[in-house]
Design a protein around this ligand. Structure first.
Ligand SMILES: Cc1ncc(COP(=O)(O)O)c(C=O)c1O
Length: 394
């Protein structure tokens, strides 16, 4: 069977290979050895709070299951607009908000709306693997720009200027980032956007983890920089609704109708049931629960990052958001007699029953040295993970 060159270009998601191996091993040793601890998971270990689940039940019971407008329920767009005002002090009119099937659909719509064949998009190395595939699926070319710890593993204005070429269309950023949990310093972000704007390019920023920010210095939306910033967001992370497939994007006014046309054709609309349920995310009771959970994520970070550092799994930049730790495993791998993050991850899986993610998916620059730990797991499991690593490499 012949497949499109576009489909052939998409690389496998190695994270899934590791996850499959971990699940296989967990089944094999069930009952005979200590259970596998999964620190490779990129989603919250919480589910949607009660009001949201009750709203979903109600939507089903009342038969609110027809298609919605491609841009999403007006009431939900208004609620999201209200959230930007209340939480970030930024005025984002509902008419610029497009509700999508997760951030994934928003990223695809942004790429399809903005990229022509051969256009280049600059993004940091390391970054979320799907981003370069979204660009590639739109026949564009993702240009991975190696970053350093000093840059918080993010692009800098100087690097954007240096990497900008005749075919560059813009930048695709994520703040806080997956896999590092680090945000772009606000001043640097402003300079990046100015450099992009001066070259007639576009700034797309994935703010899916912005709700899970733990430091006042970083927890601000890039939408404050101007109407020309495109921000991607989602109900998956802060709102704990990964499987509900619901997200949104904020676009410049002039882009709304283009995205609407694409969304009508490609998706018709995001899940109607999820949209009705998501209205309840913004009730005071739900926000209080989300804030309690955010504090829990922060407490896990505050326990786990120093513990990793003590184990010689150095985290060069403390994460200020999300639930990840990007750790240098060079020294720890040597202690286990292996080389590189891929072998280190498998060794940890076999010998300590700990599943983590090797850096390989996230780029090419320095990813053989780094692994990603997810702290989206209970404090008890994180403590047990540290004890097992201590026994093995401490
Ligand atoms: C940085 C980033 N962007 C986008 C996504 C996709 O999220 P969604 O579930 O909203 O499609 C993820 C999921 O892990 C992510 O980490």
């Amino acid at each position: 069977m012949k497949f499109s060159t576009r489909a052939e270009r998409i690389e496998p998601f190695y994270v899934m290979e590791v996850a499959k191996a971990a699940q296989g091993l967990a089944r094999e040793v069930a009952g005979t050895r200590e259970p596998m601890i999964f620190l490779n998971i990129g989603e919250p270990d919480f589910t949607a709070p009660p009001l949201v689940r009750q709203a979903a039940d109600r939507a089903v019971r009342d038969g609110l299951t027809q298609y919605t407008n491609a841009l999403g329920l007006d009431e939900l767009r208004e609620r999201i607009s209200g959230w930007y005002a209340a939480r970030f002090g930024v005025n984002v009119p509902a008419r610029r908000i497009v509700v999508t099937a997760g951030a994934s659909a928003a990223l695809q719509l942004a790429c399809l709306a903005l990229i022509d064949a051969g256009d280049e998009i600059l993004m940091p190395d390391p970054s979320y693997p799907c981003n370069r595939h979204f660009v590639s699926a739109a026949d564009g070319r993702a240009v991975l720009v190696p970053t350093t710890a000093e840059e918080r593993f993010q692009l800098s204005a100087a690097k954007v200027e240096a990497a900008w070429g005749a075919r560059t269309r813009g930048v695709l950023l994520a703040s806080p980032s997956n896999p590092t949990g680090t945000s772009i310093a606000p001043d640097e972000l402003r300079r990046i956007h100015e450099a992009v704007r001066a070259r007639g390019g576009i700034t797309v920023i994935d703010e899916i983890y912005l709700g899970l920010s733990y430091e006042e210095a970083f927890g601000h939306t890039a939408l404050a920089l101007g109407e020309d910033v495109i921000s991607i967001n989602s109900f998956s992370k802060y709102f704990n609704m990964t499987g509900w497939r619901l997200g949104w994007m904020v676009v410049p006014e002039a882009m709304v109708s283009v995205v609407e046309r694409l969304a009508q054709n490609l998706f018709i609309c995001a899940s109607t049931i999820s949209q009705h349920a998501a209205l309840a995310c913004f009730e005071a009771e739900s926000i209080a629960e989300y804030e309690r959970r955010r504090a829990e994520f922060k407490a896990r970070r505050d326990f786990f990052i120093p513990a990793l550092n003590r184990l010689g799994l150095t985290v060069p930049v403390p994460p200020d958001g999300a639930f990840y730790a990007w750790a240098d495993c060079g020294e720890a791998a040597r202690r286990l007699g292996v080389q590189g993050s891929w072998d280190f991850a498998f060794e940890l899986m076999r010998r300590a029953h700990l599943a983590i993610t090797p850096g390989r998916d996230f780029g090419t620059a320095d990813t053989a040295r780094f692994v990603r730990f997810s702290t989206a797991n209970s404090m008890a499991q994180l403590q047990e993970a540290v004890a097992r690593m201590q026994a093995l490499i401490g």
